[in-house]
Design a protein around this ligand. Sequence first.
Ligand SMILES: NC(=O)c1ccc[n+]([C@@H]2O[C@H](COP(=O)([O-])OP(=O)(O)OC[C@H]3O[C@@H](n4cnc5c(N)ncnc54)[C@H](OP(=O)(O)O)[C@@H]3O)[C@@H](O)[C@H]2O)c1
Length: 282
Amino acid sequence: MPISLTDKPIVITGASSGIGLATAFECARAGMPVVLAARREDRLRDAVDRIRSQGGRAVSIVCDVADPEASAKMIDVCLSSFGSIYSVFANAGYGIEKPVHEMPDADVRAMFEVNFFGTLNTIRPALPHMIRAGAGHVLVCSSCLAKFSIPYFSIYSATKAAQNHISRAMNLELRAKGIRVSSVHPIGTSTEFFQTAQRLSGDQAILEHTPAFFTQSPEKVAKAVVKCLRSPRPEVWTSTFVRVGMALSGLVPRIADRAVHRMVRDYDRRAASNEAASVGAR
Ligand SMILES: NC(=O)c1ccc[n+]([C@@H]2O[C@H](COP(=O)([O-])OP(=O)(O)OC[C@H]3O[C@@H](n4cnc5c(N)ncnc54)[C@H](OP(=O)(O)O)[C@@H]3O)[C@@H](O)[C@H]2O)c1
């Protein structure tokens, strides 16, 4: 029997754009009061106004999820605005595309601070309330890359694998307390993710090679998240084809590596031609 989501409040991080924003609308349509969190206040305000104009309940809070104290306030806002908390969707995150040996430690740590520690910062303050209520659902936005790291997205993939690992373990740790934990594994989704990655990665980015048939809408992910809230399961995949591919790549890593090796060749060629162009310009 699907769970009714009416009047069950949810906190969503990364709700100013993309998957988080689409999920906020989908949850509000399902009757959930929503707390939208991110750093861009104007975007959040606009989203709250639009949700309210459609008859939904929503509030927002400006929050950098890398800051544990600021993150705890998201949960306080949910309790003070809606009286309880049923769910959190730890969705805020970003990627940088660079070879591992060229990625400065500061960039690696910053990405873990947001993608991994930001997830813990979001989940932990909510759990005592869920445990007390004997019910709740934690969702974590991982990625299809949690299961198979492609070249130049390895640090990003490591953060996503770490999210997947804690989600799977927490689902077992918390189940007896009435709390479900699910990781969400989108494939390439048409959001601001790629512009942000391009901006943070510099001119060596190879993002234009992301195949168009791997791209889905954030609304598709949002619908999958709400479906999982209604009928909880440990992992949410939005492409069966990619899910099967990722499972096979774990079984036959040599063949999987051969399939993506072309990306490395393309990357090296582009890096060489960029280098030649910049030498020519000097
Ligand atoms: N797009 C894809 O192809 C894809 C595929 C698989 C998984 N994912 C995952 O999906 C999640 C959402 O990404 P998206 O695709 O929707 O990209 P997006 O449109 O760029 O959204 C990212 C969101 O995260 C927020 N954010 C970033 N850093 C933050 C911080 N330090 N504190 C609080 N909020 C922060 C951004 O808001 P502010 O800038 O306003 O803070 C924004 O709302 C990410 O975890 C990403 O790894 C994306």
